[in-house]
Design a protein around this ligand. Structure first.
Ligand code: ASP
Length: 424
């Protein structure tokens, strides 16, 4: 991942990160509503950031398809495939459950929903009523059973066009399994072509990532220059609960997993994962980060290619520890605010729903909000309460996406270690 000359890409990205945040915060506090700031945001920072995001998103569908087909074909042996698939599934379910539990314990201890001034809440909800209506409509369109049924796409091209990555993944997995079973000349040349697609995508991401330091600065400048710091302060207890829970998961649970189940030093892990972590924080999208995640897993962390491809690609949509934790906290926070009493059994049901909700959430900015709306409605908590947190959602999205992507990389290291042990 090193830049060809001079400073390493890691360092450049870290500088872009610091410059974007500092300049954005300064502009926000010094220039506020100034016209030039609007121009700088709308005509420079925002377009540069968006072009970078589009370049990353452009690679997601071909990469997901190619990575999964090749992952399955390279693993080859159905027993190894079953083992890696089973371990990945257990990892996702167990670590996501730990994440939601941390969140739910903290929200019960801190009780951020108590004592929030009703006038503040009303004005926050009123400010975001249009977006909330949109989210609530999307939320009511998803039902638990539909999430399951839609894993199997009726039309894989439509799934790709609509960004339904779970559908694309299912199709790719089936394709990979059949290609392994048939192993004719035809399938071998097909796999060769898919390998070509994968190599081309990785080359492209190698070029695109060179833009990351500048794009990261622009994305972070755009967000911080417009960020409502007032809202962050007003909802400080809620924001603090989410950030504390995410930090516990990232800095206690991840290092333990890395050390004891991955056999790697946590420091070496963070160093290898850094470009993906910074990209996740700046883009708020696990899917947009996927190309960088794959590159980090293979090159930065030395995870064998088939495992990296399999775990990170599935993980980008299915393994979202930060999102699950955030969903749990937000549902309970709003229940506390609206005075909806939840029994222990109801809280456990919310925990389970959050695990599956995180698997079903799309890896895009705000992807989990419709799922939260759905869970709120199921427990008689007013879904328009989401309006309360929209002002701080972007910041929390950056933090939770970072944990989501970190979790994918931890998973790839842990599964790779298990596989290495199983095959000696
Ligand atoms: N933005 C998150 C991701 O892409 C999903 C979410 O929690 O909204 O991982």
């Amino acid at each position: 991942m090193e830049a060809s000359r001079g400073m390493s890409l890691h360092t450049k990205m870290a500088i872009g990160f610091a410059v974007g945040i500092t300049a954005g915060i300064l502009a926000n506090s010094l220039a506020g509503d100034a016209g030039w700031l609007d121009i700088a945001i709308n005509y420079v920072a925002n377009p540069v950031g968006k072009v970078f995001l589009n370049l990353l998103f452009m690679l997601v569908v071909p990469l997901v398809f190619a990575a999964l087909v090749l992952g399955v074909v390279e693993i080859g042996d159905p027993r190894a495939l079953g083992r890696i698939g089973g371990r990945t599934l257990i990892y996702i379910l167990a670590v996501t459950a730990i994440a939601v539990t941390i969140g739910m314990i903290l929200v019960n201890l801190i009780q951020p929903g108590q004592g929030l001034p009703p006038e503040l809440a009303e004005s926050l909800i009123a400010q975001s009523s249009d977006r909330v209506a949109d989210i609530a409509t999307k939320g009511s369109a998803v039902s638990g059973i539909d999430l399951l049924i839609n894993i199997v796409p009726r039309n894989p091209l439509a799934a790709a066009v609509n960004g339904d990555l779970i559908g694309v993944m299912f199709f790719a997995l089936m394709f990979g399994i059949a290609a392994t079973v048939v192993a004719s000349d035809g399938t071998r040349s097909f796999v060769g072509a898919v390998q070509g697609v994968y190599d081309i995508c990785l080359k492209l991401i190698g070029w695109i990532i060179q833009l990351a330091p500048y794009a990261v600065a622009c994305l972070l400048f755009t967000i911080t220059a417009k960020l409502g710091f007032d809202v962050l302060v007003q909802l400080a207890r809620y924001v603090g609960t989410v950030v504390l829970a995410l930090a516990l998961h990232a800095f206690v649970v991840f290092p333990l997993l890395i050390k004891f189940f991955g056999g790697m030093s946590p420091l070496a892990f963070w160093r290898g994962a850094e470009p993906a972590i910074l990209t996740a924080f700046s883009t708020s999208s696990s899917s947009a980060t996927l190309p960088t995640t794959l590159k980090c897993a293979e090159e930065g962390l030395g995870v064998p290619r088939p495992v990296a491809r399999f775990v990170c690609t599935l993980g980008a949509t299915a393994n979202m520890n930060g999102t699950a934790l955030f969903e749990g906290i937000t549902v309970l926070f709003l229940a506390q605010f609206f005075g909806v009493e939840l029994s222990f059994v109801q809280q456990v049901s919310i925990l389970v729903l959050c695990i599956f909700g995180a698997i079903g959430a799309a890896g895009v900015p705000g992807g989990s909000l419709p799922i939260i709306a759905m869970i709120l409605a199921m427990f008689g908590i007013p879904p328009e309460g989401i309006g309360l947190i929209l002002g701080v959602d972007r910041f929390l999205d950056m933090c939770r996406t970072t944990v989501n992507v970190g979790g994918d990389l931890v998973g790839s290291v842990v599964v790779a270690r298990g596989e290495a042990k199983a095959t000696v």
